[in-house]
Design a protein around this ligand. Sequence first.
Ligand SMILES: Cc1cc2nc3c(=O)[nH]c(=O)nc-3n(C[C@H](O)[C@H](O)[C@H](O)COP(=O)(O)OP(=O)(O)OC[C@H]3O[C@@H](n4cnc5c(N)ncnc54)[C@H](O)[C@@H]3O)c2cc1C
Length: 308
Amino acid sequence: VATSEAELPRLITLYERGIANGVPVELLEPARLRDFEPHAKALRAIHSPSTGIVDYGEVVDAMARELRAAGVAIETDARVTAITRTGDGLELAGRRLAVRARRLVNCAGLYSDHVARLAGARPDVRIVPFRGEYYMLRPDRRALVRGLIYPVPDPEFPFLGVHLTRTVHGDVEAGPNAVLAFAREGYRLGRVSPRELAGTLAYRGFWRMARRYWRTGTYEMYRSLSRAAFARALQRLVPEVTSADLTRGGAGVRAQAVSPDGSLVDDFRIVTGPDAIHVLNAPSPGATASLAIGRHIAALATETFRRV
Ligand SMILES: Cc1cc2nc3c(=O)[nH]c(=O)nc-3n(C[C@H](O)[C@H](O)[C@H](O)COP(=O)(O)OP(=O)(O)OC[C@H]3O[C@@H](n4cnc5c(N)ncnc54)[C@H](O)[C@@H]3O)c2cc1C
């Protein structure tokens, strides 16, 4: 939904991009928007009837079942802490497990740059963790949202902005914000890893990013601490939402690749080496697009590894 005049050209661009890609989208005037989302307020909006929602945990469980049935071994709780090159490949070692491999595909998310370095690569980006916190709409206020209500994304910032999402279980999530996490797996405000935080603070790109985005970053911190500020952001989409309607939900941590010049990498970043492929930035919609990304990486692996 476009809630200001300034957002209208970007909304139209998104609409045109949808049409160009064969997505069945409809441009809505306020009266028509009320047919779909009676409580949303906008100057204009895009309706995307083919948008879907899933319980992603169930998707991953289904993928794991199919992979195991096809003979793939999946190990969890198996952090790789060292990678050495042997005569004919790589040896990945951790506390619990050692694996020999001829080739490596590294998709370690928040630690993808770290694993790339363990494998001898020199990634030109560093992962900076940003926590995304959610609230839930109180059950008696869920009727304010029928589907998914998104703001027009700010092109200056790769994060989407807080939105309202009805889940497959019928509840309504509000969020996520984007606050710097003090540990790569800093799912809670109080989780601090001095070593990882020092690594972030020692990175030149972090300070350049901080200089560029300090205003947005400060506001995000404030909104993380203030439920009223969070509610105000949601009121731009649905004016009737109040802070009393919100209860604390969960949080995720984005693995955001940051370049040495401080820019936030907003596209997928996959680098290849003779015996390894490193997925160094896989932002949203990385989950939705995971099968397509998997196919892309498989093709890349076939092409890259065959050369050696
Ligand atoms: C708050 C939030 C909301 C999002 N919403 C959406 C959405 O609505 N739709 C969407 O499509 N995407 C969404 N995303 C993005 C999506 O989660 C990512 O694009 C996706 O998870 C990236 O997948 P990945 O496999 O690259 O990394 P991950 O899913 O992060 O997986 C990395 C794995 O590597 C493991 N690992 C890390 N280090 C090591 C190591 N040293 N050794 C072994 N294993 C290791 C981790 O434990 C983890 O299992 C969201 C992300 C966040 C944070």
